[in-house]
Design a binder for this molecule. Sequence first.
Ligand SMILES: [Zn+2]
Length: 370
Amino acid sequence: MTGRGWKLPFKLLGIPLSLDPSFALVLPLFAWLIGSQVPAYAELLTAVGLEVDGDALARGITPYLLGLTAALGLFASVVVHELGHAITARLYGVPTKGITLWFLGGVAQLEDMPRQPGAEAIVAIVGPITSGALGALFGTILGNVPMGDGASFVVAYLAITNVALAVFNLLPALPLDGGRVLRSLLALALPRERATAIAGAVSQVLAIGLGVFGFLSLNLLLMAVAFFVYNAGRAEVQMETVRRAFEGRRVRDFMSADPIVVDVGMPIDRFRALKAWKAHPCYPVVDEQERLLGVARMSEAEDAGEDTALRSVVREAEKVRADDDMEAAVRRLASSELGRFVVVDERERVVGILSKTDVVRALEAVQARM
Ligand SMILES: [Zn+2]
C-alpha cells in the first residue's frame, strides 16, 4: 500500500496523489453498489421533503452513471479529508510523501508524526472535521440550490457519506483518526509507550466488535474494515516499539559490520560457491576502487550461463549511510524489496549490511529489557 500504485500526473498543494491497484476494482464496484441503491436513496430524499422522481433515476443505465459520479465524488471527498491531515501536519513542520487512495479509503503518508505534545490529536481531528464540514456544505447546497433529480441525488449522497466518514473515523481505534486522538491525549498524562499500549488494546476490542457485528449483519465491507483496523492497529503498536528502540540512534549501531564484499571481476562460478560458504540472498559488489556498484543476487547468478560476467547480474543496491537515522532506515526497510540495505560510508565504501534480522535482534533485546 505504500509507494506502489499509479501516480497521477498532478500534485495537490505540492503533494503527489497515487491510486492503489485495488482502486481499479473499487471504483466500478462502488459505482454499482451506489447505483443499485438509487431507489432507496430516492425514497429517503422524498421522506425528508425533497421531491425526487425515483422511477426516472432508476431507468436504464442512469443509476450506474449516478453511482459512478457519486463514487468519484466520494473519493474526491476522501482526498480532501487526507489533505486536511497533510496541511495540519505541515503546520507542525512534518511533510507528506503522498496521498494514496485504496479500497478502504485514503492514506496520507506523513514522513513522521509531529512529536509536540498533543500534536497528533490535532492532526488527526482535522480529518473528521474536514469531512463533517464537507457534509454540511453539501447539505446546504442541497437545501438551497435548485437542481435536477440526478444532481440532487449525488449531492445528497455526498452530504450523507461525508458525515458518515467523519463519524466512522472518530471511532477510537488505531489507526483511525479517533484512535490517534485517544493516544495523543493519553500521552499528555502517560509515557508514550503506555499510551500506545492502551490505545492499541482499545483498538483490538473495537476491531473485534466491529468484525462480529459485520459478520452478524453479513456486511462484508464492515468485516474487511474490522480486519484492517485489527492489523493496522497492531502494526501501530509495533511501530511504537520500533520508535523506542531506535529513536535518535544511527545505522552503524545496529548494522552487521564487515560483510562479504564481492569484487566485480570475480568469475561467476566462484560467486556461486559463496553460497556454500555463507549463504545470503544477495551480496554487495564493488569496483576496483572498492566503491559500491550494486548488489548481485545469488538466485540470478545461479540462473545465468557459465560465461556470464558477474557485472551483468549487478543491480542497483538499496543503501543507507552509516550515519543515517536508524528509525527512518527501519521504516524504509519494512517496504524494501530484498529486506536488506548495504551500508556505505561517505566515500561509497561498503561498511556493513542492515537486514531485517538485525532489526528483529535489536527489538528482541529491547523487549528483554522491559
Ligand atoms: Zn483521517
